[in-house]
Design a protein around this ligand. Structure first.
Ligand SMILES: [Zn+2]
Length: 103
């Protein structure tokens, strides 16, 4: 089957965005009890974003690790430092750093 690169209808995109938001909310709620389930929600949210070609807002991007895609909670499984006008997130599970510029 040939792959289509056209954009999905606006309504579908809106539903997808809501689902992503919902998944991140749930990830936050379940993290304390089951961090693996939170990771699963991140995976699902990323899959939806890819399918509908939605760019995750930076506020959501900071909630998971760019390298291992695990849900991150500062002080629990990640560390956040401010260095040279950049936010540096350190993931404790894969030991990678992710940098975000600060406006
Ligand atoms: Zn990681």
């Amino acid at each position: 089957m040939p792959r289509k690169y056209s954009k999905k209808p606006a309504q579908q995109e809106r539903i997808a965005k809501n689902r992503i938001k919902f998944l991140f909310q749930h990830a936050k709620e379940v993290f304390k009890e089951d961090s693996k389930l939170a990771d699963k929600y991140v995976k699902l949210a990323r899959r939806i974003a890819m399918k509908y070609k939605i760019r995750l807002p930076s506020s959501l991007k900071k909630k998971f690790c760019k390298h291992c895609h695990r849900y991150l909670v500062p002080g629990v499984n990640s560390r956040v430092r401010l260095h040279k006008h950049r936010l540096i997130y350190y993931c404790m599970s894969c030991r990678h750093y992710t940098r975000y510029p600060v406006k």
